[in-house]
Write a protein that binds this ligand. Structure first.
Ligand code: HEC
Length: 116
């Protein structure tokens, strides 16, 4: 094999690896978002509406609405999720669950995440 051919071959392999790594990163983020969605369904739905629900002043807003508020970026949610929010005073998530919930919120904000 000539040197040029070897170099080309090398490049193709490197591109293949870069593609796989990129794919794995996206798949990983989606896993986190899916886990976050499940956590939200389990722990947050007694107060937070779903988008399809009729608006109810006695309920907390849908996350689809919350992520469209001004200044709701990843650092904001990461900070918010560390604190208790009224009237949610008694409830605790593990740190990895908090991270998953933030991943879910970011996916929701980015592409209107729906369950996959
Ligand atoms: C006991 C009721 C209750 C539960 C359970 C609850 N929330 Fe809330 N949440 C509220 C209320 C009330 C607000 C304030 C309404 C508003 O921001 O308009 C709120 C607001 C929020 C906001 C908006 C913060 C902001 O500044 O825009 C986020 C994000 C949020 N909740 C996340 C969660 C997550 C994640 C869970 C579940 C792990 C959860 N909440 C469970 C009642 C609740």
């Amino acid at each position: 094999m000539s040197l040029v051919k070897i170099m080309k071959f090398h490049k193709i392999i490197m591109l293949g690896i870069a593609g796989l790594v990129g794919y794995a990163a996206i798949a990983h983020a989606e896993d986190a978002a899916s886990r976050g969605a499940a956590i939200v369904d389990e722990w947050c739905r007694m107060c937070h509406l779903q988008t399809a629900d009729t608006p109810d002043p006695d309920m907390a807003p849908a996350f689809e609405k919350i992520v469209r508020r001004e200044g709701r970026d990843e650092p904001y949610f990461a900070r918010f999720i560390q604190e208790d929010h009224f009237p949610m005073t008694t409830f605790r998530l593990f740190d990895h669950e908090k991270a998953d919930v933030v991943a879910y919120l970011m996916a929701l904000q980015r592409d209107g995440w729906t369950r996959r």
